[in-house]
Design a protein around this ligand. Structure first.
Ligand code: 13P
Length: 252
């Protein structure tokens, strides 16, 4: 069991309505009764339609809320169907996922993600930047090259680095029930930290989360890998029972 602060971040994706507050409520109650809030940080990134409602209804602030993407423009503008980082912050979000592969897949470039990060940081949101290789890139042994490119083009030294968390999500692992071998995963997490420290000439290593098919059954596999600072959990975060079991089993 480690005393290091670990992040358990849920990414609800396109899921949930007002009745889904019961999920947050159950997680929050469990957290208050059973967990050491100094060691564990729980963040739920929910659809924009639910942020304000959940924020108002939550009795305690033990769980933080996050958004899942934003428009890159900092102010109001003619961008039908979009919301910017400032509007999300005003709704009650403190975190935002950016660069998720599901958005990269529909055209988000590293360049655009960098502008989004700038905008999110200006609005005082903490960024969870997703990086990761596709199966094709993995097979052609381009993983390290892809990760380096994503890190160096999405982040810059003059950004507030203390407000950027990296989530390593191999694209082929998302929703597939496939995870890396332990040695391979360790090597990649080391590489991300090394590359970041080298590129931005900082002594402070970034927080690196792992995401991709994390569930209550396989979480124990990750416990010995102390380099991982937490998890970005998709499908399993849509159920209070599974999300709580993930945290429980991680520390078992
Ligand atoms: P799954 O946990 O459903 O594989 O999703 C991972 C993810 O995309 C989190 O951002």
């Amino acid at each position: 069991m480690t005393n290091k602060l670990k992040y358990f971040v849920g990414n609800w994706k396109m899921f949930g309505d007002f009745t889904s507050f019961k999920i947050i409520n159950k997680i929050s109650n469990y957290f208050i009764r059973n967990l050491n809030t100094n060691n564990i940080k729980v963040i739920l990134c929910v659809p924009n339609t639910l942020i304000y409602f959940f924020k108002q209804k939550m009795k305690s602030q033990t769980i933080s809320l996050g958004a899942q993407n934003c428009h890159h423009y900092q102010d109001y503008g003619p961008f039908t169907g979009n919301v910017n980082a400032k509007m999300l912050k005003n709704s009650g979000a403190n975190y935002i996922i950016l660069g998720h592969s599901e958005n990269r897949a529909i055209g988000e470039s590293n360049k655009l993600i960098k502008i989004k990060i700038d905008s999110a940081l200006k609005s005082n949101l903490t960024v969870i930047l997703c990086i990761g290789e596709t199966l094709k890139e993995k097979r052609s042994k381009k993983t390290f090259r892809v990760l380096k490119k994503q890190i160096t083009s999405c982040i810059s030294k003059n950004q507030n680095l203390s407000k950027i968390i990296i989530a390593y999500e191999p694209v082929w692992s998302i929703g597939s029930n496939k995870i890396l071998k332990s040695e391979e995963l360790k090597k990649i997490i080391h590489y991300i930290k090394f590359q970041y420290v080298k590129t931005f000439r900082t002594k402070k290593q970034p927080l690196v989360l792992y995401g991709g098919s994390v569930n209550e059954k396989n979480i124990k596999f990750f416990s010995p890998i102390s380099e991982i600072d937490g998890f970005l959990i998709g499908g399993a975060s849509q159920s209070a029972k599974k999300f709580i079991a993930i945290i429980k089993n991680y520390y078992k």
